[in-house]
Design a protein around this ligand. Structure first.
Ligand code: AMP
Length: 147
């Protein structure tokens, strides 16, 4: 069993984020490894041409999402006892950004949640799937309960 040095936990703040976070924390404590967290805000561009420019509206909406995400990240940071430099708020495509941060911080294990999708959803791809197939390091997919 490898002795992981730096775990990167990717959180989407949907259901079960705390459960995945607690597992990542337990792993990091067990391995005595560093733990970092990343959340990616997807660029949201709303098109409402009669109201105001799509660019302006899209930017405002993304900023609101970012504010909301920052608050949730702050709460998670406190819960996990992390420092500022262990928390990453990024923008863009979640799978690409998670992998970029993992490479940047030299993470050797990425922890994601997984709904265990199959069929069409798997063909269309999911974030967990994208990370799993393109990461340079190990990936732990924590199975999320089906609600
Ligand atoms: P999904 O494949 O979209 O169902 O998401 C599965 C897992 O990917 C989530 O439990 C998170 O670990 C990660 N993930 C999805 N979206 C994001 C995001 N925007 N930022 C960070 N991690 C994410």
């Amino acid at each position: 069993m490898p002795n992981y040095q730096h775990l990167l936990l990717a959180v989407d703040f949907f259901d079960h984020t705390q459960m995945v976070a607690q597992k990542a924390k337990l792993l990091a404590d067990t391995y005595q490894s560093q733990l970092s967290v990343v959340h990616v805000v997807e660029n949201a561009t709303l098109v409402e041409p009669d109201f105001c420019s799509p660019l302006q509206l899209g930017m405002d909406f993304t900023a609101a999402l970012a504010d909301n995400a920052q608050q949730k990240l702050n709460a998670l940071k406190a819960l996990l006892g992390l420092a500022d430099n262990q928390v990453y708020l990024e923008f863009g495509r979640p799978a690409s950004e998670i992998i970029r941060v993992a490479n940047e911080i030299k993470a050797d294990l990425i922890v994601v949640g997984s709904h265990g999708r199959h069929g069409l959803a798997l063909l269309l791809g999911s974030t967990a799937n994208g990370v799993l197939h393109h990461a340079a390091c190990d990936v732990l997919a924590v199975r999320l309960p089906d609600d």
